[in-house]
Design a protein. Structure first.
Length: 197
């Protein structure tokens, strides 16, 4: 899952949006991070672990062309955010535009976020990343932007065309898997180890 899904899942489970998003930037032992972020980081890791190991996402990964196998997990995360944004009204009672404003505000007001995330938030807001996922053009721009930021951008060659070609397979996987993930996130919230509360 990418930024939008992690923020949505945090909201869905009534946990800190900022702390959950911090999970992408908080490395090492959870206990080494500020107490206010620990539950969110733990939840983030549960979400990523299930996403990576679930049969639906494994099958989807395998369906990508051989040349894109290394990029496939990232492409799935980005594509799932696109599907969530595209069908947002089915998963949240607040409009995506309003939710994005709430998310940016909460990120601004979450103390102790990792420095790398803190420096990214103004750009997320100014370019409105969360609503940008709704369109195919927005998804393609995000894929191209991610490719530019990694050390081996060549692993993304042909990615936007492949993702568009696999659109139906991606949508089926997302629509089947995501409601399960929403339910699991609420369960994990109740099962968070006491040391992270």
């Amino acid at each position: 899952m990418n930024f939008l899904a992690h923020l949505h899942l945090a909201d869905n489970s009534n946990t800190s949006l900022g702390a959950n998003l911090a999970g992408d930037f908080a490395k090492g032992n959870i206990a080494d991070h500020p107490k206010s972020l620990q539950q969110g980081i733990w939840l983030h890791r549960q979400i990523d672990s299930l996403t990576d190991s679930h049969e639906l996402t494994k099958e989807l990964r395998a369906a990508f062309p051989t040349a894109l196998q290394r990029a496939a997990p990232i492409l799935i995360d980005l594509s799932f955010d696109h599907m969530l944004a595209k069908y947002w009204d089915e998963y949240h009672n607040q409009s995506l535009a309003d939710f994005a404003l709430k998310a940016y505000s909460q990120l601004d007001n979450t103390p102790d976020l990792p420095e790398k995330l803190n420096t990214l938030i103004p750009r997320m807001r100014s370019e409105n990343w969360l609503t940008g996922y709704q369109s195919r053009q927005g998804l393609n721009q995000t894929i191209e932007s991610v490719a530019k930021r990694i050390s081996k951008p060549e692993i993304f060659k042909g990615a936007t065309k492949a993702v568009e070609k696999m659109d139906i397979d991606i949508e089926i996987a997302f629509r089947t898997f995501y409601p399960q993930l929403m339910a699991y996130t609420r369960i994990w919230t109740r099962q968070t180890p006491s040391e992270f509360l």
